[in-house]
Design a binder for this molecule. Structure first.
Ligand code: TK8
Length: 338
């Protein structure tokens, strides 16, 4: 009897300590009952800031019962490697470009369709609406909890030779693309000579001239200093690439209701923050490129962009997208404004 009473006292004391320590946010390194989440981030400043913001909210809202350890700037590997580690549970949360993992989760090919989104707002409406939710929820089939979509941004073509404004200017150029079939097909249709390559090899390839050109959103171009090895940034805005933030599903399910609520709240708030930051930084990056003068930002008119868009239509790239995704009806839903 005495022994049982002793045990009850100890358990109660430990629980009380956890509540006290948690409430003061002091449970961080004590281990006892604290859940540590390993978060792998990408090489974009807006994402890095949002990763830190996510950590802050989760830790505060969970009363210190969750600690998020940040591994920003792809230090644990390329997006695809990190997502695979998240499926296995070696990493708990990963931020990844959707295009990098479309081979693993086919519905993400949807977002590789060039000129699917013509504005950031259209992207947000679709990604936060019913189609986006279905795509996030569908990730359960591969052991992931799809948390949300952040913004990598509209992709732009950079090169060293010409202030590109038209398909004729990219003809024959050896442009690095992601290892993604839709991107390859689109660049072939534009008349370029696309070369798929891992992102981690890209800077050196540009520097050494293994490839002439690449395409990425402004935030990635600036954070990886591609502007130091590329003279022209043409604002082709041919593909809007979202980031998808994923979590190991069993890890999410193992959290208490209160901890899940903390994660869910951080997801909503960090998404708003990340997109606002992405838009703000894109403006700053354009100003800075123009000011330093080393990189010329080439603004395409709507008419110039629509020449690229027509090539996508004429080459039936959307039909190719529909053969790659598991749910071709999502393409039409998004085109219909959802
Ligand atoms: C960013 C990477 C990269 C992607 C690429 O996380 O490979 O070009 O756009 O920016 O996934």
């Amino acid at each position: 009897m005495k022994r049982i009473l002793g045990l009850v006292l100890i358990v109660t004391a430990v629980a009380a300590f956890n509540v006290w320590a948690g409430g003061k946010g002091e449970a961080a390194s004590s281990g006892g009952g604290v859940v540590r989440l390993k978060l792998a981030g990408v090489t974009s400043d807006s994402s890095n800031l949002a990763e830190a913001y996510f950590k802050e909210i989760v830790e505060k809202e969970s009363g210190g019962s969750i600690v998020v350890d940040l591994f920003p700037r792809n230090q644990l590997g390329d997006d695809r490697a990190c997502v695979e580690s998240t499926i296995f549970g070696d990493i708990d949360i990963t931020v990844s470009s959707t295009s990098s993992i479309a081979t693993t989760y086919h519905d993400l090919y949807l977002f590789d369709a060039p000129f699917l989104f013509l504005s950031n707002q259209h992207a947000y409406t679709a990604l936060d609406g019913p189609t986006g939710k279905k795509i996030l929820d569908g990730m359960a089939a591969i052991g992931l909890k799809g948390l949300c979509f952040w913004e990598n941004g509209f992709r732009n073509y950079t090169n060293n030779k010409v202030a590109a404004r038209a398909p004729a200017d990219v003809r024959g150029s050896k442009v690095r693309t992601m290892e993604n079939e839709i991107h390859l097909a689109a660049w072939r249709a534009f008349g370029a000579n696309p070369t798929p390559m891992a992102f981690s090899e890209l800077f050196t390839a540009l520097q050494q001239g293994t490839v002439d050109a690449q395409e990425n959103p402004l935030g990635i171009i600036a954070a990886n200093k591609f502007n130091e090895v590329q003279k022209f940034v043409s604002m082709t805005q041919h593909v809007y690439t979202p980031y998808i933030v994923v979590m190991n599903l069993s890890k999410y399910n193992s959290l208490t209701a209160a901890q899940k609520a903390a994660v869910d709240k951080a997801v909503v708030e960090s998404t708003k923050f990340q997109r606002e930051t992405s838009q703000r930084l894109e403006k700053e990056i354009m100003d800075e490129f123009s000011k330093t003068g080393r990189t010329t930002v080439v603004i395409l008119t709507e008419a110039e962009k629509s020449v690229f868009q027509k090539i996508i239509t004429d080459n039936k790239i959307f039909d190719l997208v529909k053969t790659k995704v598991d749910h071709p009806e999502y393409v039409d839903a998004i085109l219909g404004g959802q």
